[in-house]
Ligand binder design. Structure first.
Ligand code: 5GP
Ligand code: ZN
Length: 136
């Protein structure tokens, strides 16, 4: 897609720092890392978010995520890694070409990714779960 920054990276029109590539998947360092080594894993095909990724491609992406996760553990001596994906603008998706974030983590690095809250009551919790269940 012409105006998509990640399609332009795939096409080689914009440089990236590549860490892994197959015929359908590309992984490169995020230009603004949460922690150094923060890697973006994308399908080469332009799809907007997780809702559009065909199952066979999702499976290839999953394999790539595990390989790169291992790369962070072995290559950067990370103790763990976060896997994240922003889907839709309201969830913080800025680039509308599906991508997974892989962020290396170290014991005591202090990074807190999720601010957590609580339910007002058990009824509220059950009500919300019911709405999700009925739409799944
Ligand atoms: P989103 O908020 O859409 O999940 O994340 C988009 C990510 O892409 C951000 O973390 C941002 O730093 C990264 N990014 C945006 N433009 C570029 C670019 O041109 N090159 C690279 N390597 N990363 C980019
Ligand atoms: Zn694209």
């Amino acid at each position: 897609m012409k105006d998509c920054i990640f399609c332009r990276i795939v096409a080689g029109e914009i440089p990236c720092t590549k860490v892994y590539e197959t015929s359908n998947v590309l992984a490169f360092l995020d230009i603004n890392p949460v922690i150094k080594g923060h890697t973006l894993v994308i399908p080469k095909e332009h799809v907007v978010n997780i809702m559009d990724i065909p199952d066979d491609l999702a499976s290839e992406l999953q394999q790539a995520l595990r390989r790169i996760g291992n790369g962070l553990l072995q290559g950067l001596d990370a103790d763990g890694f976060n896997l994240g994906m922003n889907n839709f603008e309201s969830a913080g998706q800025l680039v509308m070409h599906a991508h997974y974030h892989l962020i290396p983590r170290y014991k005591g690095d202090g990074l807190k990714l999720w601010a957590q809250g609580s339910y007002e009551s058990n009824e509220q919790m059950q009500d919300i779960a019911g709405k999700i269940k009925s739409a799944v």
